[in-house]
Design a binder for this molecule. Sequence first.
Ligand SMILES: [Zn+2]
Ligand SMILES: [Zn+2]
Length: 403
Amino acid sequence: MFVSQEPVVDLKKASIPLIESWKDEFREIRQDFHRNPEIGLDTPRTSGKIAGFLRSYGVDEVHENIGGCGVVGVVYGSSKEGPSLGVRADIDALPMKEMSDHDHVSCLGNRMHGCGHDGHGTTLLAVAKYFAQTRNFAGKAVLIFQPGEEGWSGAKVMMDDGLFERFPVQEIYAYHTASALRPGELALNYGAMQAAADAFTLTITGKGGHGSRPENCNDPIVAAAYIITALQTLVSRNVSPLDSAVVSCGSIHSGDPLAQSVIPNSCQIVGTTRTFKPETRDLIEKRLKEVAESTAAAFGCTAVLDYDRKYPPLINSEEQAKPIADVGAELVGEENVKRNYPRATGGEDFAFMAGAVPGAYIRVGQGGAPAHNGYFDFNDEIIPLAASLLVKTLEKRFKDLAG
Ligand SMILES: [Zn+2]
Ligand SMILES: [Zn+2]
């Protein structure tokens, strides 16, 4: 069964009262986003709504169309002089079918907010509204609404369009809702949070012919079978047992199901790799190529590797991770902050931002169905807590950095 949605603390008491008083307003916004999911980098409705809300809150600068549908809101503190600190929320949905029957289900059959990014964007709107009303800091809060997290490298797309040149920030923060934790629980670590997620395609070419006369052929299917088996040794024999990595083949294709007596000319294997260290990532790519090429050669075939480095590993910096954990402990109690939370083999494109600017990424518990499951729904109850966590962390850092 799913993790309980019963909070471990009184969420109302744990949150900033002003933000808590906006709970219904932000629930409505979140559920509107949920009903109207948009995929990938193409999020015009969501982005337009976000820009409109930011203007209505009195956010000082609202910039649209950064890397396509990206939006940036800048709130000035009581004084503009001071550091600039960033918070990023992803806003895109997934190409999947919603299974629930609550009153805010997706209005599109094959798209849904199955990862909670509807809630992340809404939380950052609450942060914007609070900062615009209170301005209890010196400096600038840079609030980044980013499409295309689910495989489109949206963070990189915004950065390639000059995000940090136009809006330089000293530090950057983000959160992700977590179904594995109960509402009121927070989790992070001071190092690798998420893996590098890469994709590979191996094209094995042999010599096709009649299935009854294999001696005249170089069978790419047999070569592919040995390659897939040999790839299992990358993690078991090449990566240190004290490190970790994943190599998974997700697709193999060759020949035609109707052609039982045809040895095909080629075979394609598609897969993913996950690593946490740059040197392990290099090792896996190198060994994948060597093992595939030399195994193919043993069968008179060739293998060509196309290795696509998608998302780098997401590494928290202790200098930012510790303060957000400390603020979290003030809100929900030290016993509900997991500071040594295990890293996950999923990818996350906030890694591009946290690779360019020191930052921290934290998980905020919500319970319920896991992300990317058809029954998943962002838990609106955690919006005030998540927004309070981000607000208080930035307010603290504005002070810390001012010396
Ligand atoms: Zn996701
Ligand atoms: Zn997500």
